[in-house]
Design a protein around this ligand. Sequence first.
Ligand code: ZN
Length: 149
Amino acid sequence: MELKELYQEIILDHGKNPRNFGKCKNFTNDAKGHNPLCGDKVHIYTQLDSDKKILDISFEGEGCAISLASASILTDILKGKDLNVAKNIIDNFLNLIKERKLITVNSLNDIQKTTLMSLSGVKDFPMRVKCATMAWHTLSSVLENKNEN
Ligand code: ZN
């Protein structure tokens, strides 16, 4: 199977069967994101453990397949991660989408890296970049504002 086909399959799978969909129990922080260009909406819920770890993460949303797949992939990969690791993964992912930087975070296994890479093709479609990054920017704002909630 070509890499491109594998990537498409991963996106389709996450778009059709989003992981961690709905409000997670006992969420402590949340934030909403909106992409007016495409009409995508996302609401991210996290349960943070004393500012150190993402114990649980989930999302609700509607929009195109890319936005749903991206939010699903985000929750799948970041659940259980320490906050500093999560921030590295978010930065790394945004650089991947915007500048095609490789995924270099050590704490990810090959399957997780491939899953993140599946969205890298959107760089060729500027209109879709916001669809792919919306959930990640939203989570970023959850993590940055967590002390003010
Ligand atoms: Zn979209």
